[in-house]
Design a protein around this ligand. Structure first.
Ligand SMILES: [Zn+2]
Length: 357
């Protein structure tokens, strides 16, 4: 059963709550470090906390910390924890829904509290599966990142195999001009990258200007911002592609194995930006991950000739001119990326060695 982790942000906690969460983390870290050197660790129960301190601390967290320290000591031979976030098992941590608002509740040093959480649209589906019992809740962890507080909930679920035609294959071509083209048989879908290209150029020209002013720090920040933005875009694109596959009952996705291929830059402007290939690689990773969750298999194919080959079997570099594909032998015309994605679906040059799981 696949396992995923949902990271949900708590609605801005009050100063008092933040103080309490930090204090709990501090206590838990100290307790975990004490446990590491505690001789009775192997047989420890929540009662050992009394040996450590006379303060009040929820036994739910104590139990979880004991289990995790036992496992970490056994498997990783840890010597010291810098920070040990408070964790809860599924008995002590609850997700609830009231009207359309989601809440989580868990024990603290003072009492059990319920706090509203910020749920992104793609997370809602998972939370609803958790609430309906379709997915099983695992451990939950309360943690802080950049002054914001989150809970990470792990959940496991059954993958439902795609019903329908058991031989339906979709080819996905990842490219510069169109971010991605997916083809199922003769049905194709474009996932446009125009806006993406524009935004990338904007980031790059901004950096050039800043470079002259030697504002290195700002350049670094701009790069971080760009990769974050690229990541968000790739998440959205992969979601759309997988939805398209699911709506059409696809059971296998094929993509080009891009390992070792450096995308030839079409101009000086595009040169030196290996962000392109990195971004393509990331998009494929996301597609593969989401396909796995949807019960769709992924295969990688040898990228040789996918953009030059015609359906008549004639392969020629000159068959392709930018976006246009026109076979020099039989005259077949198509969009170049559509033609490529159909060839990818057919795996015309065979499967690559790249593993898909
Ligand atoms: Zn042809």
């Amino acid at each position: 059963m696949p396992i995923i982790t949902l990271k949900l942000e708590l609605q801005k906690p009050t100063k008092e709550k933040v103080k309490m969460y930090r204090k709990m983390t501090e206590m838990n870290t100290a307790f975990a470090n004490w446990l590491l050197n505690f001789e009775g660790l192997k047989a420890a129960t929540s009662k050992v906390f009394k040996l450590y301190s006379d303060k009040l601390f929820p036994s739910a967290i104590v139990n979880q910390t004991i289990r995790e320290v036992q496992s970490k000591k056994r498997h990783q031979n840890t010597k010291k924890f810098l920070r040990f976030w408070c964790g809860f098992n599924n008995q002590n941590f609850k997700v609830e829904k009231e009207n359309d608002l989601y809440k989580v509740s868990f024990p603290t040093c003072e009492k059990r509290i319920g706090v509203p959480i910020i749920v992104k649209s793609y997370q809602q589906k998972w939370l609803d599966e958790l609430l309906s019992g379709e997915a099983k809740q695992g451990k939950a962890e309360l943690y802080e990142k950049r002054r914001r507080w989150f809970v990470a909930i792990t959940m496991s679920f059954e993958v439902k195999p795609q019903s329908g035609n058991q031989n339906l294959i979709m080819g996905v071509d990842v490219g510069l001009r169109q971010l991605a083209v997916a083809s199922i048989g003769t049905t194709s879908m474009f996932f446009h990258g125009n806006e993406t290209a524009y935004t990338r150029r904007r980031f790059a020209s901004l950096r050039r200007k800043l470079g002259q002013a030697k504002k290195l720090q700002t350049i670094r920040k701009s790069k971080q911002k760009e990769s974050q933005w690229m990541k968000d875009t790739n998440h959205k694109l992969s979601r759309q592609i997988i939805n398209f596959a699911m709506e059409n009952g696809v059971h296998l996705i094929r993509m080009e194995d891009l390992t070792g291929i450096r995308h030839s830059a079409k101009s000086r402007k595009e040169a030196g930006r290996n962000l392109h290939s990195w971004s393509h690689y990331q998009l494929q990773e996301f597609i593969q991950y989401k396909a796995g969750l949807a019960g769709i298999k992924v295969e990688y194919i040898n990228p040789k000739r996918t953009s030059q080959m015609c359906k008549c079997g004639h392969a020629d570099k000159r068959n392709r001119k930018q976006d246009a594909f026109c076979c020099r032998k039989c005259g077949y015309k198509s969009h170049a990326d559509v033609n490529a994605s159909i060839n990818i679906a057919k795996a015309i040059s065979g499967l690559s060695n790249k593993k898909s799981a």
